[in-house]
Design a protein around this ligand. Structure first.
Ligand code: NAD
Length: 488
């Protein structure tokens, strides 16, 4: 049965629901049924201009001048209002991009509200103003809003990435123009309703679903001071180049090809049940997924057998069914891309242990079987490039230094983990792997209160924690007279 077609005819600009400046539309296609489930306006350049004007007005309006505690209150309210609609939002995200409902409520929604709660807490303790001793006398060091910011959002965890960026911007007092991906505009409409409900001062947020051309127009816009971008490394290079040329502040959160190192003393019975869900999280469409599993040669067969068993047992199907672990990929082109990588793996000599095609009985929807490659060499394309689908590779290593060498033999450096019964040994490995986050006997994806970001081609700058907040602030030093005494 054809699902009811949802339509929207307004955009959220400067805190108002307004008619779009063009007749362009985005069709949202269900990755499960391949049917059009919604039609929304696509923001155009005129809408970006209006959003920037509203943000510039908001920058000199009341919100940036609120106390950090008052700004924190808005963040806490935003979190609570999202929590109140959590099941509905999770379902919308499942419908638009195929995130399994068994994961979406926590992975897509509550993880986002936990991030917002973290920003609310940090806003209250962060030193926005400090009186410091300078070389000649006292200096007041202030952290001020960076200006008008743009948040460019990918489709894989849309609300979560919004929470990372918008939370930091609001904690800093910086207005933000969000540009959701054309694949996932629907959850952003709920966000607009919630921003209305919490009565966030107008102009602080605009939401402009659109494609990359309008995204680039926003990045280039002379009224935008800071760009927070999350997406592919290819697009990130482009955005970074524009920001470099125009001297805009910029944070880039890009792709990954992270390695999980299973040390020779690891307890496989406890390790694998934790590794597997991480590697296939969100249908494998996760930048932090650890898709290279490094096993000691001495225990290689044991690791492969256990992983093969686990991958074979992974359920694939309708993401709305809570018993399903892996749903469809976001789009037909993504399914074809992933199948292309699987073909490349075969042709370059990797051995297919499980999966490798489209699942039987699922003729509709962009499904790919959970797939396990073994005998993978780190030089192969499937070990070097981000696949962004449910495809894992197992690689053998000789000793610990060989494992570190393989983990580091990557253009990327986002995440990773080590699995061992000796935590000190794990910390030693963690110190040597060049990635922005790392876990010992746990995912090492990201801690919701501490800095997250990439080494190498995985990005520039950090989100979350005080480092992430600083990315939405400018620093001003006010040099005071030598005999200055602060009011008591
Ligand atoms: P993408 O790069 O195609 O698009 C990301 C966003 O950028 C979209 O909103 C898109 O419209 C916009 N965009 C693309 N080109 C642009 C340009 N030239 N100027 C301005 N905006 C532009 O990525 P995607 O396919 O939506 O997302 C998947 C990618 O995102 C993966 O590579 C994944 O690893 C990465 N990702 C990284 C993180 C992280 O925190 N490091 C988190 C999630 C996803």
């Amino acid at each position: 049965m054809q699902a009811k077609l949802e339509t929207k005819d307004t955009l959220y600009i400067g805190g108002e629901w307004v008619a779009p400046s063009s007749t362009n539309t985005i069709e949202v296609v269900s990755p499960t049924t391949e049917e059009v489930i919604a039609r929304v306006p696509e923001a155009a350049e005129g809408d970006v201009d209006r959003a920037v004007e509203a943000a510039k007005a908001a920058l000199v309006g009341p919100f940036p001048r609120l106390s950090p505690a008052e700004r924190a209150e808005f963040l806490a309210k935003l979190s609570q209002a999202i929590q109140a609609r959590a099941p509905e939002i999770a379902e919308v995200i499942t419908n638009e991009m195929g995130s399994p409902s068994s994961w979406a409520l926590m992975g897509q929604v509550y993880s986002s509200t936990m991030v917002l709660d973290g920003w609310a807490e940090l806003a209250q303790t962060f030193p926005f103003e400090e009186l410091r001793a300078g070389a000649l006398g006292p200096v007041l060091v202030r952290k001020e809003p960076v200006g008008v910011s743009a948040g460019i959002i990918p489709w894989n965890v849309p609300l979560f990435i919004v929470a990372l960026k918008l939370g930091a911007a609001l904690a800093a007092g910086s207005p933000m123009i969000l540009k959701p991906s054309p694949e996932t505009p629907l959850d952003s409409y709920i966000l607009g309703e919630i921003l209305d409900e919490i009565e966030l001062p107008k102009g602080m947020v605009s939401i402009l679903p659109a494609g990359r051309e309008v995204g680039e127009y926003l990045v280039r816009h002379p009224g935008v001071d800071k760009v927070g971008f999350t997406g592919s490394t290819a697009a990130g290079r482009k955005v970074g180049a524009i920001c470099g040329e125009l001297l805009k502040r910029c944070t880039l959160e890009l792709g990954g090809k992270s390695a999980a190192i299973v040390l020779d003393d690891a307890d496989l019975a406890s390790t694998l049940p934790m590794l597997m869900p991480n590697a296939l999280m969100n249908n494998g469409e996760a930048c932090v997924a650890q898709t290279r599993i490094l096993a000691p040669r001495s225990r290689y067969d044991e690791v492969v057998d256990a992983l093969a068993e686990a991958v074979k047992g992974t359920t694939v199907g309708d993401p709305g069914d809570p018993s399903i672990a892996v749903g469809p990929l976001v789009a037909e082109r993504q399914r074809d891309r992933v199948l292309g990588y699987i073909e490349k793996g075969r042709s370059e000599g990797a051995k297919l242990a499980v999966g490798g095609g489209r699942p039987a009985g699922l003729d509709r929807g962009w499904f790919v079987e959970p797939t396990l490659f073994v005998d993978v060499d780190n030089k192969m394309t499937i070990a070097q490039e981000e696949i962004f689908g449910p495809v894992l590779s197992v690689l053998a290593y000789d000793d610990e230094s060989d494992a570190v060498r393989i983990a580091n033999d990557s253009d990327y450096g986002l995440s990773g983990s080590v699995w061992t019964q000796d935590v000190e040994r794990g910390i030693d490995v963690a110190r040597q792997v060049r990635t922005g986050t790392y876990g010992i006997n746990q995912f090492g994806t990201l801690d919701l209160r501490q800095p997250f970001g990439g080494f190498k081609a995985s990005g520039v700058g950090r989100e979350l924690g005080p480092e992430g907040l600083s990315a939405y602030l400018e620093t001003k030093s006010i040099v005071l007279p030598g005999d200055y005494q602060p009011p008591s």
